[in-house]
Design a protein around this ligand. Structure first.
Ligand code: HEM
Length: 403
């Protein structure tokens, strides 16, 4: 039985409605110790930002156990200092080369319109499984350099990697299957890297095959980075896209405004990211005793930055639960940079390196979608959500309009 006096992230309630559980926690303290999850939960915007900005006081050492066994080597999120700077610059350069070359974004748009066209003859669809999910996989594979015929093969491997990293409670038996899948995924990427060395194309693996060693990447690190980018780029994409469609169809007046002026899509996206951040938990480990919001956190503790709670902190956002297009406290100007007024992309040293690319992908795909959305409406009881570490729609049911 869930007890609002001692709320926990490991309850069915948290899976059903994490925001209600965050509020129960916030009523207890701005930094709440979840005894079942063995984690200090940071519930305020200032607290979350303080933790994320202090990479010396709060480390990402948990990734040694949570991510390294499946990724096979250390990744950016575990690095600091000059090693982090050099490898981040290299990765950003690789991503920019692809995003800017005038070939990738039209392919993103084309993928989205092809998926909508496939739904043309139907009277109802599940947007998540029929459009958002295949979209996220296809554009991420293209980014990394995984050909279309391999996509069905890598999807279950990627799922295993994601689950290994994000499940809050782990069953040992299931974890060994996920470790095995991750091994197949790494072996596959390593072979592909060798192919791209001989036959380069316009993708991230070809860039790293050509220039990775200049930036100090070993082959194992390139493979780990490719797996890391696969999950970091694809996991949030279908979730944000689905929430964009849900909110748009839910608010006809906002739909009309954005349709009339497609430049408003950026404002719309930023507010969706605030109200429905796909990454809900960013974990850290306290290095030495730390104080957040006046609460003392012992050395070596697990600390969960709760992004959804920070985004509904009434001290930071006016009427935090309400969708407001172009709100003053979530301005578009800085929204995809480390000085953003929200923390959907994190903050500080490990701020997301894909924020600009995600913006381009999502805006391009959404502009294409707006024409198709005229013919669709939300079905009864349209939205089901799942997940806590990362959270998004598992189903979004649409039906064709009669007109
Ligand atoms: C809407 C889309 C996205 C969201 C909401 C998102 C969210 C985040 C968040 C919250 C972090 C911080 C994690 C931490 O501090 O531990 C992060 C880091 C990261 N993201 Fe994203 N991300 C998105 C898209 C992407 C894309 C498209 C890519 C790559 C193409 C990417 C690659 C990365 C990488 C490599 C890091 C680690 C950076 C570092 O440690 O220096 N992300 N992302």
């Amino acid at each position: 039985m869930y007890d609002p006096q001692s709320p926990t992230l490991l309850s069915g309630e948290a899976l059903k409605d994490p925001y209600a559980v965050y509020e129960d926690m916030r009523r207890q303290a701005p930094v709440y110790y979840d005894r079942l999850a063995h984690a200090w939960c940071i519930l305020t915007f200032d607290g979350v930002r303080q933790v994320l900005k202090d990479a010396d006081g709060f480390s990402s050492d948990h990734l040694r156990e949570r991510a390294e066994p499946v990724l096979g080597a250390r990744v950016l999120a575990q690095m600091t200092g000059s090693e982090h700077d050099e490898k981040k610059v290299a990765t950003l350069r690789g991503l920019a080369e692809i995003a800017m070359d005038g070939y990738y974004l039209p392919a993103v748009e084309h993928t989205m319109s092809r998926l909508w066209e496939k739904a043309e003859g139907k009277t109802s669809i599940d947007f998540v499984s029929e459009i958002a999910n295949p979209f996220a996989i296809e554009v991420t594979c293209r980014l990394i350099g995984i050909g279309q015929r391999w996509q069905n093969r890598v999807v279950p491997w990627n799922r295993s990697v994601v689950e290994f990293i994000t499940l809050l409670q782990k069953e040992p038996h299931d974890m060994s299957r996920r470790l095995a899948d991750a091994g197949y995924f790494r072996a596959f990427i390593l072979r592909l890297l060798e192919v791209r060395r001989r036959q380069p194309r316009r993708d991230l693996l070809s860039f790293l095959a050509r220039q990775g060693s200049e930036y100090g990447f070993s082959d194992n690190e390139i493979v780990a980075l490719a797996l890391n980018i696969f999950l970091a780029a694809s996991e949030p994409l279908d979730k944000v896209m689905s929430y964009m469609v849900f909110e748009m169809l839910n608010m006809p007046d906002v739909f009309a405004t954005v349709k009339e002026n497609p430049r408003e899509v950026s404002k719309f996206l930023v507010e969706v990211l605030r109200l429905h951040p796909p990454v809900q938990i960013i974990p850290r480990i306290s290095v030495g005793e730390q104080t957040v919001e006046g609460v003392s956190i012992p050395a070596g503790s697990m600390v969960y930055c709760l992004i959804g709670a920070a985004h509904r902190d009434p001290r930071q956002f006016k009427d935090p639960g309400v969708f407001v297009l172009g709100r003053e406290d979530n301005l578009i100007r800085s929204a995809f940079s480390p000085s953003a007024q929200h923390v959907a992309f994190g903050s500080g040293l490990h701020f997301c390196i894909g924020s600009m690319l995600a913006r381009r992908q999502l805006e391009a795909a959404f502009r294409v979608s707006m024409d198709y959305l005229d013919h669709w409406q939300l079905a009864a009881d349209p939205l089901e959500e799942r997940g806590l570490y990362t959270r998004g729609p598992s189903h979004l049911r649409l039906e064709r309009t009669r007109s």
